[in-house]
Write a protein that binds this ligand. Structure first.
Ligand code: GLC
Length: 441
């Protein structure tokens, strides 16, 4: 948000240009704290598209399937084995601290009984019940924060400007009253979500089809905050959100804003796609996750349940394996700060909130000598996180009267390596201090 007086300056400059609204920096920092500490969220794309196992909404928009055939999937959406507590428990097991459910995707089919439209699973599918409420209740039982994905654009609503790729309905400038009708509709649905479900986070999507003025982004933000001043809003609101969402893209360097979240599929699709077996391995997801938290972000990892509410076995496996790793390494993950620049250590790292412990993430098979350059602190102890073994290190090339730190070599025996990613905890003599000078005295 604008005027991050309390945050580092590089950050304020960039975020001031990204976000349009002015808001008390201390208040926003405060409300973002749980999000910063959470690191891992689970994204759930669930809708009528899971019946045919086709692209969520995009399949009719891109004319891979007719709109009529797309909507015929409603007949097969049963939620017959939907067990919201089992979903929440699995999410908890993965280590995630929040979850985001697609309450309404671009196709306009709401997962709750919205009074604004009959196009919802309660009225028009055999599921015939609210699917949001029991899930949020289950998440809350597990102390997991609740996020509601909501598509601003709605290709099914007759008052919305667009329909398919090659057919729009009208231009706003030609018919303001119609656009206003649409605005009342989508803002009414957002209000319903706030009143009915009290989400901790609103995850907008589809803002690219209109600008902030057309969406009335400032008003939408105020509306949400009037129901929950601590609600977090993702960045897809044309400049009025709280954090960035670089989709499917792990930034190659640290993004210049205070909060960001990588949303990432587990295979190549957001929703259930039986023909897509391109699942990432647990090791791959863990290395992506380490990279993300190293760069100061969160990972929002997606799953796509089947129409009956069962979660594909590959995804269950992935979440459970991820959970084993996050459990064993939690001190290096949750509540930490992003790590030290690559030149000091060639791998991901994080720093404890008090800055006294430096965590180094080594790919699973890494053992032997691990090098750190330019660390001015003395190391008091090195342990293998989740295993407790103390490791030896030596400092090479430190001249007593020079401020240039020596090179630190840590000896990592093969037997302490983790199946997926080993993490070392370096307890320092004070807050992490790095040397980035030119050498000499
Ligand atoms: C995109 C897509 C959408 C998906 C979303 C997740 O914006 O439109 O299908 O739900 O990304 O981030």
């Amino acid at each position: 948000m604008l005027k991050h007086g309390l945050l580092a300056c590089a950050v304020c400059l960039v975020s001031a240009t990204l976000f349009a609204q002015s808001i008390d920096p201390a208040q926003i920092k405060n409300k973002m704290q749980w999000f910063s500490d959470a690191k891992l969220g689970i994204f759930i794309h669930w809708g009528v598209y899971s019946v045919g196992g086709i692209d969520e909404s995009w399949s009719f928009y891109n004319k891979k399937i007719s709109y009529v055939d797309y909507m015929a999937q409603k007949k097969g959406f049963t939620a017959a084995k939907y067990n919201p507590q089992a979903w929440a428990d699995l999410i908890k097991e993965s280590g995630a601290r929040y979850a985001v459910l697609t309450t309404k995707h671009h196709d306009g089919v709401a997962l709750w009984d919205t009074k604004w439209s009959d196009l919802n699973v309660v009225k028009q599918t055999p599921a015939a019940r609210d699917l949001v409420a029991p899930f949020f209740a289950a998440l809350r039982k597990d102390s997991i924060r609740c996020g509601a994905y909501f598509s601003l654009l709605d290709w099914s609503n007759p008052d919305y400007t667009g329909f398919t790729k090659d057919s729009s309905r009208y231009k706003i400038s030609d018919d303001y009253p119609r656009w206003n009708k649409y605005r009342r509709f989508f803002q009414g649905q957002i209000q319903e979500l706030m009143v009915n479900y009290h989400p901790d986070l609103i995850w907008f999507d589809g803002d690219w089809e209109h600008n902030a003025e057309e969406w009335e982004s400032g008003h939408v933000r105020d509306l949400i905050l009037s129901y929950n001043p601590n609600a977090i809003i993702n960045g897809r609101l044309q400049g009025y959100g709280d954090y960035q969402t670089p989709e499917q893209n792990i930034p190659v360097s640290r993004p210049p804003y205070p909060w960001w979240e990588l949303c990432q599929t587990t295979n190549l699709n957001w929703g259930y796609h039986p023909d897509d077996t391109n699942f990432k391995t647990p090791g791959e997801v863990i290395s992506i996750f380490a990279d993300v938290i190293y760069n100061g972000g969160n990972l929002l990892l997606d799953i796509g349940p089947k129409e009956d509410g069962t979660i594909p076995t590959e995804e269950v496996h992935l979440l459970k394996e991820l959970g084993k790793w996050t459990r064993a390494h939690q001190e290096a993950i949750f509540g930490t700060l992003g790590g030290i620049p690559q030149g000091h250590f060639f791998g991901p790292s994080t720093i404890s909130a008090d800055s006294i412990t430096l965590y180094l993430f080594l790919p699973a098979t890494t053992y032997g000598q691990v090098l750190i350059k330019g660390l001015s602190n003395a190391i008091q102890d090195i342990t293998v996180v989740g295993n407790g073994t103390h490791l030896k290190h030596k400092v090479v090339g430190k001249i007593s009267w020079s401020k240039v730190p020596g090179l630190v070599y840590i000896e990592v025996p093969q037997k302490v390596t983790d199946e997926y990613m080993t993490v070392l905890a370096l307890k320092l003599d004070g807050p992490v201090k790095l040397y980035r000078g030119q050498g000499g005295l």
